[in-house]
Design a protein around this ligand. Structure first.
Ligand code: SAM
Length: 277
């Protein structure tokens, strides 16, 4: 078998991803090579003429074949980064999105004196891990209806050395007590929109983490109908929301006795985060 330099392999992977219409071909190629060579992504450019061993080459080619078939790179590598923390992912959890980092950022900016936090639908645990790192003295309860998601979230808590509480619960079903913050990035894609999602998402990420009935509003409605009984006196709710859902969720919040509502936009100018008091 011939030997390959990093430069040659990088070019080969980029061409293959381009031919297979995979978005961001260069970034994919860099990430795969740097993951297998155990170096920072941009450091590969300091070693372009180095040769790759046969074992490393085989691992890189196996990953490349899976990626060419549109499998998300984060699932293939088993990890991603969220708010600067390493988060393990697998097919039982949604891959945490960059937009969701804004939810963490806003909460950290807006809130202090937080004693207790509940997250409904924690998935990989990415949000609560980032929040517990900041609000170190608060008690943080992470819930999800999926047993496998909770197992992954617990592994991520250990990986990031934070202590969280976990409970398997269908929304509030098994939740006791009151919290200063109730947080959720629930499934919010309507069944019609779900059919339009890219194949990369539809074929690989859990549908139960993405799709919601009632035009995508089911979980917001259920949470808002029951939240008053689980909030402290000055408690607040923070949601990640779909770009076109702010008005409808605000109406549901008002119907359920909440009056102060604030919406924050994401970097693309879309409504993305909602704070409800
Ligand atoms: C959009 S994902 C969010 C995951 C993670 N919090 C994040 O932001 O990356 C929604 C999560 O809600 C969970 N979920 C779905 N139905 C639920 C229910 N009835 N009760 C609690 N969690 C639920 C899913 O299993 C999934 O982990």
């Amino acid at each position: 078998m011939r030997t390959w330099t990093i430069r040659e392999l990088l070019d080969r992977l980029i061409t293959q991803f381009e031919n297979n219409k995979i978005s961001s071909p260069k970034q994919n190629a860099e990430t795969i090579i740097s993951h297998i060579l155990k170096m920072k992504r941009l450091d590969i450019y300091l070693q372009l003429e180095n040769e790759i061993s046969e074992t490393e080459l085989n691992s890189i080619l196996v990953i490349t074949e899976r990626r060419k078939k549109c499998e998300p790179l984060q699932y293939i590598l088993g990890e991603t980064e969220f708010y600067g923390y390493k988060i393990k992912v697998n097919k039982s959890v949604l891959i945490p999105r960059p937009e969701t980092e804004l939810l963490v950022e806003k909460i950290i900016k807006e809130e202090n004196n937080v004693n207790s936090i509940l997250e409904i639908g924690t998935g990989s645990g990415a949000i609560v891990i980032a929040l517990k790192k900041h609000f170190q003295n608060s008690i943080v309860l992470a819930s999800d209806v999926s047993k496998d998601a909770l197992k992954t979230a617990a592994e991520n808590a250990v990986l990031n050395s934070v202590q969280l509480e976990f409970v398997k619960s269908d929304i509030f079903e098994n939740i006791a007590g009151r919290f200063d913050l109730i947080i959720s990035n629930p499934p919010y894609i309507s069944p019609d929109e779900y059919e339009q999602l890219p194949i990369e998402i539809r074929d690989h990420e859990p549908k139960s983490a993405l799709q919601a009935e009632n035009n995508g509003l089911y979980y917001y409605e259920k949470i808002l109908q029951n939240a008053k009984g689980h909030l402290t006196k000055s408690g607040k709710i923070y949601f990640e929301i779909g770009y076109d859902q702010a008005e409808k969720i605000a109406d549901i919040a008002k119907e359920n006795g909440f009056s102060k509502i604030k919406v924050f936009k994401d970097l693309n100018g879309f409504d993305r985060i909602m704070r409800i008091i």
